[in-house]
Design a protein around this ligand. Structure first.
Ligand SMILES: NC(=O)c1ccc[n+]([C@@H]2O[C@H](COP(=O)([O-])OP(=O)(O)OC[C@H]3O[C@@H](n4cnc5c(N)ncnc54)[C@H](OP(=O)(O)O)[C@@H]3O)[C@@H](O)[C@H]2O)c1
Length: 259
């Protein structure tokens, strides 16, 4: 098969959680341009509508579903809809995550700790169990979990540590499920992004403008990642091009972890 054909996703359907903005939107665009039918999920209806407009303007086939994935019950509801109205799903990108708080561990409330674990880990478990589980009888599937370099390295300016802990757990969950499901033709890999200039980070920069330059100078490439730079890596993991890769954590960080 010609090499570029191995990246072709025609006939595949992909779910991208958090596909309405940031890294999720760019991964959706990459998979869509490679031929996949897209389903994007997010919590804010306006963001979803904006993303639909953007992706449809490129001629892509895309559907959106609203769900607040910080709530396990909402993740279950999303799975109910997907399994009832949109089967089969061949590619699952568990991209939703974040932290939103910067409270020191000694002051962190249990409910805030739990909320961050639910947002970064529990919903990915629910979607993997139900959407990934439905891939088993079909003997082909791709699951991509969006972790972070903070799965490997505690950020100096970060507080609370629930974010790093949940991303490290998501990484080990990736490896364990990859081992369990390799025999079913399902690959499970994770991506560890370094600093990318998305809305989440623009918010931190808005609160402390010097943060933008501090981070850039801490990266060997001397700059933040641009969201579209993650698209080709997601496409590789979503396609037949990565047929012999499973249980891996792929770092994309401009060399940040080298220093
Ligand atoms: N950006 C980085 O530098 C960086 C670095 C390492 C890892 N990551 C990881 O990469 C992933 C994406 O990050 P990002 O920077 O692209 O984030 P972002 O710009 O904040 O976008 C997050 C996406 O997730 C959706 N989302 C957020 N909370 C949600 C919820 N409770 N339920 C459903 N959807 C929700 C958002 O849609 P709505 O607004 O509509 O809810 C949006 O589509 C996250 O897992 C993050 O931890 C990012």
């Amino acid at each position: 098969m010609p090499i570029l054909d191995r990246f072709n996703l025609t006939g595949r359907r992909a779910l991208i959680t958090g596909g309405s903005r940031g890294l999720g939107l760019e991964m959706a665009r990459a998979l869509g341009e490679a031929g996949a039918e897209l389903i994007i999920a997010g919590s804010d209806e306006t963001h979803l509508q904006n993303a639909l407009t953007t992706l449809q303007a490129k001629g892509l086939h895309v559907t959106s579903i609203q769900a607040d994935l910080s709530q396990p019950s909402e993740a279950e509801r999303l799975c109910d809809i997907l399994l009832r109205d949109h089967p089969p799903i061949d590619i699952l990108i568990n991209n939703v995550g974040g932290r939103r708080i910067n409270t020191p561990t000694e002051d962190l409330a249990l409910e805030d700790w739990q909320r961050i674990l639910d947002l970064n880990l529990t919903q990915a478990f629910i979607l993997t169990k139900r959407i990934g589980g439905a891939m088993i009888p079909r003997k082909w599937g791709r699951i991509i979990n969006i972790a972070s370099i903070n799965a490997l390295w505690p950020g100096k300016a970060m507080r609370g540590r629930s974010y790093e802990t949940s991303k490290a757990a998501l990484t080990m969950f990736t490896k364990a499920v990859a081992a369990d499901w390799a025999m079913h033709g399902i690959t499970v890999n994770a991506i560890a992004p370094g600093p990318f200039l998305t809305d989440a980070n623009k918010r931190w920069i808005g609160e402390r403008p010097e943060f933008e330059g501090e981070v850039a100078t801490s990266i060997p490439m001397g700059r933040w990642g641009s969201p579209e730079e993650i698209g080709p890596l997601a496409l590789y993991l979503a396609s037949d091009a990565s047929s012999y890769m499973t249980g891996s954590l792929l770092i994309i960080d401009g060399g940040k972890l080298l220093w």
